[in-house]
Write a protein that binds this ligand. Structure first.
Ligand SMILES: O=C(O)CCC(=O)C1=CC=C[C@@H](O)[C@@H]1C(=O)O
Ligand SMILES: [Mg+2]
Length: 343
């Protein structure tokens, strides 16, 4: 039964943007975190989310490596959850798995249709593809063509509009695109998602309406979605994500936050620990980078296996270290977020 009320994660309290507070109970000293922290800049193969390189920070703790990589434009209140997730990974390690493999979807950025087949070669055995749609500056024809090109290679397609459509645009676009596994975040608000869901026969997935919401349970209360896309870093960690997934009572897809291999390891560990997992997870974004801090989670036969970058494990950070001004910027950001977590 879905939980539509308040919850132990700290979500949904008036004025308190979700900084889940459950794990870990003790946040280490900031100087300890900064001692091993390195900022890397990972070059990307294809533009994704407007990025051609991904800046992120990794640090080590007694349980291994953790990642702190909130997107640059996020404010400190939003970024603090990402720090909590990194601290949990480095100080607590992964939850116990209940499965040995995690099914993963191919991710198709908003590329021209004729680039799709080449891109999908990076996802051997994928049974599901997620196609980005509603990209600013592109048309519905571009989306229809990209989805059609994807379907020629992978039969099961889900789409992600990142809230880019109005309700009317979403209804028209979903009808034009045709049968999909689900439409992720077709519009921006929960009410709009519910309106689209009522109008179309296609399942709706909520992403931003969960990871950026003051109250992720509103999606359930408003009957706005069939699927919850959950991301470990913005939701404050693996255990917080598992608890939220359990409370939501929707079908769950664990997805990446465009993390390095360190953050993806936490996503895979979370998916491996879910009591039920019926849908492929969006954890194949390592394929979008041309370099990573460790061997990326590349799928084979449509799945990846959990792996953990434990204590004493050296990462390939030197080759990808960001310039000194960016190191300073991230270290200051970490200090500010750390103060928020301690308060
Ligand atoms: O779900 C996937 O296949 C890949 C992950 C993915 O699409 C995203 C990762 C990071 C930022 C987001 O804009 C984006 C998403 O909206 O789901
Ligand atoms: Mg999404």
């Amino acid at each position: 039964m879905a939980n539509t009320g308040g919850d132990s994660l700290g979500f949904g309290r008036p004025g308190a943007r979700a900084v889940p507070r459950l794990f870990p109970a003790v946040i280490p000293d900031v100087e300890e975190l900064l001692q091993t922290a390195v900022v890397v800049r990972l070059p990307m193969r294809t533009r994704f989310r407007g990025l051609t390189a991904r800046e992120t920070m990794v640090f080590a703790g007694p349980a291994g490596w953790g990642e702190f990589g909130p997107f640059i434009e996020y404010d400190d209140a939003e970024a603090a959850s990402w720090l909590r997730a990194g601290v949990e990974a480095a100080y607590l390690g992964p939850p116990d798995p209940v499965r040995e493999t995690v099914p993963v979807n191919a991710t198709v950025p908003a590329v021209p249709a004729d680039e799709v087949a080449g891109l999908l070669r990076r996802y051997p055995g994928a049974g599901t593809a997620k196609v980005k749609v509603a990209e600013p500056g592109q048309t519905l024809d571009d989306d229809v063509a990209r989805v059609a090109a994807t379907r020629e290679v992978i039969g099961r397609v889900r789409i992600d509009a990142n809230g880019g459509w109005t309700v009317d645009e979403a209804i028209a676009a979903i009808r034009a695109i045709g049968d999909v596994e689900y439409a992720e975040q077709p519009c921006r608000t929960v009410e709009e998602l519910a309106a689209v869901r009522r109008a179309v026969g296609v399942p709706i997935a909520a992403d931003e309406s969960i990871r950026k919401a003051d109250d992720p349970f509103r999606v359930v209360a408003a009957e706005a979605a069939d699927v919850a896309v959950v991301k470990v870093a913005p939701l404050g960690g693996m255990r917080a994500t598992l608890e939220l997934a359990d409370g939501l009572g929707l079908d769950i897809v664990v997805s990446s936050a465009l993390d390095s291999a360190v953050g993806i390891a936490a996503g895979v560990a979370t998916a491996a620990a879910l009591p039920r997992l019926d849908l492929a997870c969006g954890l194949g974004t390592g394929s979008l980078f041309t370099a990573d801090v460790a061997p990326p989670f590349l799928m084979h036969d449509g799945v990846v296996e959990p792996r953990w970058f434990g204590p004493g494990r050296a990462l390939d950070v030197a080759a990808h270290a960001a310039p000194p001004d960016r190191q300073r910027w991230w270290r200051e950001r970490l200090r500010r977020c750390h103060r928020l977590l301690r308060n």
